[in-house]
Design a protein around this ligand. Structure first.
Ligand SMILES: NC(=O)c1ccc[n+]([C@@H]2O[C@H](COP(=O)([O-])OP(=O)(O)OC[C@H]3O[C@@H](n4cnc5c(N)ncnc54)[C@H](O)[C@@H]3O)[C@@H](O)[C@H]2O)c1
Ligand SMILES: [Fe+2]
Length: 410
């Protein structure tokens, strides 16, 4: 729970930019070729990637992960590969969901103590984001808050490799990292192309043990990335291609992966979908769904994917008339077109389909924790984030945002 006594209005994503800079960023995003990680993909690709890393001239690698993954044995083959090839490493397993500055600091201290000169993230978005900031702070010796916002990372970061174990955040390809202040629980975004990992592996085998609700939540995060990027005013032909491919893969594979977690093909396809959605949103950016959901996270610790899943249909209802063509096209590529429906009908069909997916996954469309007295503050912070960061297709006023959030009251 956020400490409202200390912070009058919680602003979960602190990005101090003005509207002119936002316009400039839209231009930059269109013309700037963001680097993509060298990619290993397929079952056991994480092992191939580690064999490749073994060829590099790293003294010692800091492996950043969470204790649960270590206990589940998700890292066993990865560490055995390093052992086999004589690669030195130290494991930092202090990451918790929604990582905080002190976790980054603890990882950085271990990196310095053990003289590591490269960082490997193995885990969900929380582990990858922590690893990004450890690698950034190792070469940019500043208080972490000085690096928050856009393009604040001056020096190249340490070599960074990423192996996602959830198919959701796309952090293995994105320019971003999200880390919270442990005292206020405010989330801070760090956005810089230097944070894009150098090498990544999409290995569906590592995801076979992710429970159904974790699979559904992270998959809905990936779907939200794809849809928000597709309807963003910063979308380009390039980001549209990735967003459409991600939506196609998610609509077909997410229900299978939730129902049958051991289905390797569905897991591998979801890993690719999440990566594609990451490629789309890292350039085209996000929208009101993430802005509101980030605040649910700040106020109530709502997991990121669950927050997005709840908010997504409501924001699509609100924006539908402004993005009817795009939503109709996404319905078509999702296989929802059965005859000669109009675009209006198809766009509504997509939203209804998302609602029925949530029902199937057992994700409520109401937020149990939501309190009426918090709604104005949540709306204000969400609009601040959205209007200073995202190129939303239809503007939302404070009153509209409050009434949209009120619909999610239990
Ligand atoms: N950098 C970005 O571009 C970006 C984008 C979206 C979200 N995020 C951030 O990512 C974080 C959320 O990441 P996430 O949703 O991937 O979850 P996570 O990393 O927080 O992990 C959630 C839980 O799932 C468990 N888990 C992960 N993989 C597993 C596996 N294969 N088997 C069993 N258990 C597994 C973890 O141990 C943990 O308990 C949030 O902090 C969010 O703000 C970052
Ligand atoms: Fe997200």
């Amino acid at each position: 729970m956020i400490d409202k006594g200390l912070s009058m209005i919680p602003v979960p994503i602190q990005i101090q930019i003005n509207k002119n800079l936002t316009k400039a960023l839209k231009v930059v995003a269109k013309i700037l070729p963001f680097p993509k990680p060298t990619l290993f993909s397929g079952p056991d690709s994480s092992i191939e990637m580690c064999e490749s890393i073994a060829l590099m001239d790293n003294k010692k690698i800091l492996v950043v992960t969470d204790a649960m993954l270590l206990k589940l044995g998700v890292l066993d083959n990865i560490l055995a590969t390093f052992d086999k090839h004589g690669v030195g490493y130290t494991v930092f397993d202090g990451v918790k969901p929604d990582p905080t500055f002190d976790q980054v600091q603890a990882g950085l201290s271990l990196l310095k103590k053990d003289r590591c000169n490269a960082v490997l993230a193995v885990g969900g978005g929380s582990s990858i984001d922590t690893a990004k900031m450890v690698a950034a702070l190792a070469t940019n010796e500043k208080p972490i808050l000085k690096l928050s916002g856009f393009f604040k990372i001056f020096h190249p970061i340490l070599p960074l490799y990423a192996i996602p174990t959830t198919a959701g955040t796309g952090s293995e390809v994105s320019v971003g990292a999200v880390v919270s202040d442990p005292k206020t629980h405010q989330k801070f975004a760090f956005m810089d192309p230097k944070l894009i990992p150098q090498i990544a592996a999409l290995d569906g085998k590592l995801m076979l043990g992710l429970p159904p609700m974790g699979t559904a939540a992270t998959g809905m995060d990936a779907l939200t990335h794809a849809i928000e990027a597709y309807i963003s005013k910063m979308a380009t032909d390039d980001t549209d291609d990735y967003a459409i491919a991600a939506v196609k893969l998610i609509m077909h594979n997410l229900p299978i992966a939730v129902k049958d977690g051991k289905n390797l093909e569905a897991r591998q396809n979801m890993a690719l979908a999440s990566y594609y959605a990451g490629l789309a949103f890292t350039k085209a950016n996000l929208g009101y769904v993430h802005a509101i959901s980030h605040n649910f996270g700040a106020y109530y610790h709502t997991p990121h994917g669950i927050g997005n899943a709840i908010v997504l249909p409501y924001v699509l209802d609100y924006s539908r008339d402004a993005v009817e063509d795009q939503l109709a096209h996404l319905a078509d590529v999702s296989g929802l077109k059965t005859g000669s429906e109009t675009k209006r009908q198809l766009s509504k069909k997509l939203i209804e389909h998302i609602r029925s997916m949530l029902d199937d996954f057992g994700i409520s469309q109401k937020l149990e924790a939501l309190k009426e007295e918090d709604i104005p503050g949540i709306a204000k912070a969400a609009l601040k984030e959205a209007h200073f960061t995202y190129a939303v297709p239809k503007h939302m006023s404070q009153a509209a945002c409050e009434s949209l959030i009120r619909k999610m009251s239990p």
